[in-house]
Design a protein around this ligand. Structure first.
Ligand code: C2O
Length: 493
């Protein structure tokens, strides 16, 4: 008895020591099972059509091959545009079961976000949204897609364009995607997206005057999202997701918005995540998302902050490459775009150094005090986000970045849900720190989803003048599907 007690204590002590030393207690990177993929129903049939015979490990491209320079879609030369259009047309014309066929390529995305692909040896879903693998998986996906297109037109310097929606001169669907006879067209786009691309809650009536205000609002939103994920991998990329974990542990700031609203406001294919890559503009959209990663990384100090966890670095995914091989690529392979043979053309960042707008706080907020109830409470958790609510919370101020956590966000993963999050002074101004955004999914059965959302708020607290305040008010403002989502708690840490 005494011996068993001692052994248990020793095991606990070792585990605690590992945690203190920052070493992972378990080593479990996610990996794709090549032989197990589940199709949903006839509408969501996107698993690979045949079992692979051979899988090869990824090799970096030859460093002597020409660098591919990804350019803003609205600035392509006619020649660049025509090449891209031609390559996509060739991709569409391939036999239906060819791995490079446009629909097959689009299915790759679908199979990783529809409960299709399973985790190696575990028979549970491998989902690539809502976690630290959002940026990495999509980077790898575009990498292979770009090289296949280049191969089809025999051009090893071919580069995908990016949709520069963070730049006021490109805040609508770029011209190259608009002609309805083009291989770059998709018939399900919303007419309004030809006029203005909303990065998240910058609505208006489409008049020139309104659009110029909306563009300002977009820049402000970009600015705030970048600040909310400014200084840490966790806030920017999202939460750890290891083998055996349930999907959606928590997405990063940019994945929330602008990423998701751009999907939702572009068209009906784009807004439905399993169909999104059927619109060629998907690849330009994700080019810009990927580019924001390179911008984040160039901020002094950030480059060295990318997760150094082997469960992150050793995670792996499967893609068909431009040599018709099924390739296993590891996250550690995609961290440097130069090594992958491409870069982004520099364009001005009008949102980086603007001033954060502090709004007057809405006066129809209800209050609940957490931590220490102060008698004002009239809202209980779990809280249905069906109307705007202000939650007064006591700050926990430590040495590092102050983080706002919206905990235990529960919903059916099939639903489209969006609410905004603000931090404000008690009886004072507030700023938008970001949002929770989940895009609609199709599935036969409900997808029980419990997730969280974290925002870096140190700079926002300064901007609202709350540095020495003990309490702040966190407001949740529903935009879509608020009656379909509950929140379990809100705190700072
Ligand atoms: Cu995989 Cu923008 O979605």
């Amino acid at each position: 008895m005494a011996l068993r007690f001692t052994i248990t204590r020793a095991a606990v002590a070792i585990a605690l020591l590992l945690v203190q030393l920052g070493l992972p207690v378990r080593s479990k990177p996610v990996a794709t099972d090549p032989y197990n993929c589940l199709d949903g129903d006839s509408e969501i049939k996107c698993c690979p059509t045949s079992n692979p015979k051979k899988i090869v490990d990824f090799q970096l491209p030859q460093q002597s091959s020409p660098l591919r320079v990804r350019r803003p879609a609205h600035l392509l030369t006619t020649e660049q545009f025509q090449k891209y259009e031609k390559a996509t047309a060739l991709m569409r014309a391939l036999p239906a079961n060819h791995p490079w066929n446009f629909i097959q390529q689009s299915n790759v995305h679908c199979a990783y976000c529809s409960g299709g692909h399973r985790q190696l040896g575990l028979n549970i879903t491998l989902e690539i949204h809502g976690s630290w693998h959002f940026f990495t998986w999509h980077r790898a996906y575009l990498y292979f897609y770009e090289r296949i297109l280049g191969k089809l037109i025999n051009d090893n310097s071919f580069a995908l364009p990016f949709w520069n929606w963070d730049n006021p001169s490109s805040m609508s669907i770029p011209n190259i995607y608009r002609r309805n006879t083009s291989s770059l067209f998709n018939p399900t786009r919303y007419p309004i997206a030809l006029n203005f691309t909303d990065l998240g809650g910058c609505e208006g009536d489409g008049t020139p005057d309104s659009v110029s205000k909306q563009k300002k609002c977009n820049l402000q939103l970009m600015h705030n999202q970048f600040i909310a994920g400014f200084s840490s991998s966790l806030l920017f990329f999202g939460s750890p997701y290891r083998a055996g974990d349930q999907p959606f542990p928590g997405g990063g700031s940019i994945e929330g918005s602008p990423h998701s609203p751009v999907h939702a406001f572009t068209g009906s294919d784009m807004s439905l995540i399993v169909r999104a890559a059927l619109d060629p503009i998907f690849f330009a959209h994700h080019g810009n998302v990927d580019r924001l990663w390179t911008i984040w990384e160039k901020i002094p100090g950030n480059g060295s902050k990318v997760f150094n966890d082997t469960d992150f670095l050793d995670a792996s995914f499967l893609f068909w490459d431009e040599n018709m091989q099924l390739v296993r690529i590891f996250v550690r392979d995609v961290l440097d775009t130069q090594k992958l043979g491409y870069v982004y053309e520099d364009v001005p960042l009008q949102w980086l150094n603007i001033k954060t707008v502090v709004e007057e706080r809405g006066n129809n907020d209800a209050f609940v005090a957490m931590d220490e109830r102060d008698g004002e409470g009239d809202v209980m958790f779990p809280l249905l986000v069906s109307s705007q609510v202000g939650i007064k919370i006591k700050r926990k101020v430590g040495a590092g970045e102050e983080i706002l956590v919206v905990n235990d966000i529960k919903l059916d993963g099939r639903d489209h849900v969006w609410f905004k999050v603000y931090v404000g002074r008690v009886d004072g101004g507030r700023v938008e720190v970001g949002c929770f955004y989940h895009l609609e999914r199709r599935a036969k059965e409900s997808i029980p989803m419990v997730t969280k959302k974290q925002f870096g708020i140190t700079q926002f607290i300064q901007e609202i003048g709350a540095v020495s305040d003990e309490w702040v008010v966190v407001s949740l403002v529903p935009k879509v599907g608020g009656d379909k989502v509950t929140v379990g708690g809100v705190l700072t840490e």
